[in-house]
Design a protein around this ligand. Structure first.
Ligand code: G3P
Length: 215
């Protein structure tokens, strides 16, 4: 379960550190990942050393003259073990994803986001660690993709597996409850990518506990 902190006020700065600590303390067999701002990365890793921490985006560049870009080496230096890429809110070219995959170490986790099954298939051909399908119109909403459009989840899971069975599949958009996560797994994914269900929850810890409760 990847929790994308985005730039939510409730998940930035000191709140990012606090949410990461809360995630680290959740008792579950599920694998929890925090995808944080590069500005918060080092502090979050330091505060929650047993939590898996990813970036929300990185660029396929190296050391040198690259003003404002996010260097994978620097992210790794500060403890990132993976990244999202091509999120609906930060689209990049297929070439960007391909170059990134060429550049990062083999064990660095890359979750490439897709708006639909066709994009998921194209991304899966590049063999990232995961492809996450998220219909943009459902992102941040109250209805989970697993209820609003279960077909896109199961079709994408099949398409990714047919393209390359080494690639894992996640789904996201509107995921808020343990039942949503259970349904995502029933539809053929290995997990979910979510944000507001946790970041905007009245009680983030309760929400995390509920999300993993049926796994
Ligand atoms: O990256 C996760 C995301 O785009 C889904 O957001 O708020 O619908 O869980 P949300």
């Amino acid at each position: 379960m990847v929790v994308n902190f985005k730039t939510y006020q409730e998940a930035h700065g000191a709140s990012a550190v606090s949410l990461a600590r809360t995630m680290e303390g959740i008792e579950t067999n599920a694998r929890l990942v925090a995808a944080v701002s590069p500005l918060d990365l080092a502090q979050v890793v330091q505060a929650a050393p047993n939590l898996e921490v990813w970036c929300q985006h990185i660029d396929p560049i190296g050391f040198g003259s690259n003003t404002g870009w996010i260097n994978p080496d620097t992210a790794i230096h500060w403890g990132a073990t993976g990244t999202l890429i091509n999120h609906a809110e930060h689209k990049v070219s297929l070439e960007h994803v391909a170059m990134l995959l060429d550049q990062v170490p083999e064990d660095f986790q890359v979750c490439a986001c897709a708006a639909d099954t066709d994009e998921a298939r194209a991304l899966a051909a590049l063999v990232p660690t995961y492809v996450a399908v998220e219909p943009p119109e459902l992102i941040g909403g109250d209805v989970s993709v697993t209820s609003a459009d279960p077909g896109i989840v199961s079709r994408t899971a099949d398409a990714v597996r047919e393209t390359d069975e080494r690639v894992g599949v996640l789904c996201g958009a509107g995921v808020k409850t343990g039942a949503d996560v259970e349904m995502a797994v029933e539809l053929g994914t290995s997990g979910v990518l979510l944000a507001s269900g946790v970041t905007k929850a009245a009680d983030q810890e309760d929400s995390l506990k509920d999300l993993v409760s049926l796994l």
